[in-house]
Ligand binder design. Structure first.
Ligand code: HEC
Ligand code: HEC
Length: 465
């Protein structure tokens, strides 16, 4: 028996083969059984069949020749087809044709045809590929095949599916970030706050969210004021992901101030989002689009919001950006190495830029650095701190202490260092660490550096127990 047969017994194979062969024999028999009447000789009367209905008799003419031969040809065609192609039970046909083979051949042919074309673009920078009309056409075809069912034929998205033609990025609009999004996929998770906050407080914080982008007539100021406290502190700590002014932290939580909504900006939907949370998935295409195709796809998507092939002017304000995340994620060793000594004693652990960063070392614990005046946690923290988060989830205790630099008002600094420590606490809670396993401990001296020093703006986290 054929091993690729879908049937476990040979019965159906024989059954189908028998039906096909018997049909052929039956058809041949039918033809010849009806072909017994000879063409009448000249002058000979055509006989009738002998049947008579109300005086109408039926001539017994032979089968027309053209019809006879057409029948025979059809029969032969069918028989030859069944020898060449599958059709009789398990018989594969002498040509060994399968729809799968044919598909593979077509794909191989298309690849052979387009590969040089893709390769040509593979070595061009994204900005240039985005401008190339031919690459645009290829990109559009790919987008129409793989992406429009979710992002729409105009790439403007819909509820839950982001618009790819604007400059409002959840995961970053730099070519490298777009490429990573497409290759590896993304999961956007916003926890359900309904159970923890209760209906009234959800309403309060929703009104605060509305106040960030809407006119005064569209929200309740009293509620918004109460909501702001919830947004900026425990227990909700929305600011850890959405930024202290709701401006968003790339890779953690979207901007809530721009009136661009992924899920909808009405009071009802905002309350729904906060109460029940959101879970969103951009599928990964890495297994599907090879490197060269990914390059063109990235350029196409990048080009949707950078029409003239130019990047938008960079914002002056440095924000926590996951630009460093891929590097840190792919090189955890480097992240560890840079923090082999305690930050207080190591000159070189300070981040080079005024942006949020995080380092981790198994002996010393974690150090969070912050941008000036900010309390946003670095976007790559979940990756860099995976080990620490796991230990804390397993029941070990995290001790969190905040420091600031020595510029500015001392009271404001103390407040800021507390806020940063809370941001870090909220971060660990969001990662699933139990609240009772996190202790906020005020250090003796919260100013840890002289001048505007990035090293000073930090929160240290150590593991105890
Ligand atoms: C099954 C639906 C689905 C398909 C198909 C899909 N996406 Fe997405 N995509 C999403 C969702 C959902 C998100 C938002 C994820 C989130 O909320 O974090 C997203 C996010 C993105 C983002 C990030 C947007 C931002 O603001 O940072 C890019 C870029 C993107 N998709 C490009 C593509 C491309 C290119 C394709 C085709 C190769 C594609 N997507 C196919 C559902 C899809
Ligand atoms: C752990 C990080 C995190 C925290 C904390 C958090 N959010 Fe979110 N929030 C997100 C993410 C991520 C999304 C986007 C989900 C997606 O991709 O679909 C989101 C989406 C939203 C949206 C929908 C935005 C839109 O464009 O439709 C609102 C509104 C919102 N959050 C409000 C809040 C409020 C209010 C709080 C505090 C109670 C809060 N969030 C706390 C991560 C967070």
């Amino acid at each position: 028996m054929n091993t690729t047969s879908q049937f476990t017994s040979n019965f159906w194979n024989i059954y189908i083969a028998a039906i096909v062969l018997l049909s052929f024999i039956g058809l041949a028999w039918l033809l010849f059984s009806q072909n017994v009447v000879k063409t009448p000789k000249k002058g000979e009367e055509v006989k009738t069949t002998g049947h008579e209905w109300d005086g109408i008799e039926e001539y017994n003419n032979p089968l027309p020749r053209w019809w006879f031969w057409l029948y025979v040809l059809t029969w032969i065609f069918g028989a030859v087809y069944l020898v060449l192609y599958p059709g009789v039970g398990d018989w594969k046909g002498v040509l060994n044709w399968t729809s799968h083979n044919q598909y593979e051949k077509e794909v191989a042919k298309a690849n052979e045809q387009y590969q040089p074309l893709y390769a040509k673009f593979a070595n061009m920078p994204i900005e240039q590929v985005a401008k190339d009309p031919q690459a645009q056409q290829i990109g559009k075809n790919m987008f129409d095949t793989y992406c429009i069912q979710c992002h729409g034929s105009d790439a403007k998205g819909s509820k839950g599916f982001p618009n790819l033609t604007d400059h409002d990025w959840l995961w970053g609009g730099e070519p490298a970030q777009i490429s990573e999004t497409i290759e590896k996929g993304r999961t956007g998770v916003m926890a359900a706050w309904g159970p923890q906050l209760g209906e009234e407080r959800v309403k309060d914080v929703a009104h605060y969210v509305m106040s960030l982008s809407k006119g005064k007539d569209q929200y309740d100021e009293e509620r918004a004021a109460r909501g702001q406290a919830l947004f900026s502190g425990p227990p909700a700590n929305c600011f850890t992901c959405h930024g202290d002014k709701g401006q968003g932290v790339q890779g953690l939580g979207p901007n809530l101030t721009d009136d661009v909504w992924l899920w909808g900006g009405t009071q009802k939907t905002i309350i729904e989002t906060i109460t029940s949370g959101r879970h969103n998935q951009m599928p990964a295409w890495g297994n599907f689009l090879d490197k060269d195709k990914l390059h063109i796809m990235t350029a196409y998507v990048w080009g949707l919001s950078n029409k003239d092939g130019k990047a938008p002017a960079k914002k002056a304000e440095p924000v926590a950006s996951p630009a460093s995340a891929p590097a840190a994620a792919s090189a955890p060793v480097a992240a560890t190495a840079s923090a082999t000594s305690a930050p207080a004693s190591a000159e070189n652990t300070a981040p080079a830029t005024d942006a949020a960063e995080v380092t981790y070392n198994a002996n010393e614990g974690a150090v969070f650095f912050f941008a000036t005046g900010k309390s946003d946690v670095a976007a790559n923290a979940p990756t860099v701190l995976a080990e620490l988060i796991k230990s804390a989830k397993d029941g070990k205790r995290l001790v969190v202490s905040g420091y600031t630099d020595s510029t500015g008002n001392a009271a404001a600094n103390a407040e800021l260092s507390k806020k940063r420590a809370q941001a870090v606490q909220a971060f660990f809670e969001a990662q699933g660490v139990k609240t009772e396993n996190i202790e906020l401990r005020k250090p003796e001296n919260t100013t840890a550096a002289q001048g505007n020093n990035a090293k000073g703006r930090r929160v240290e986290v150590k593991l105890e127990g």
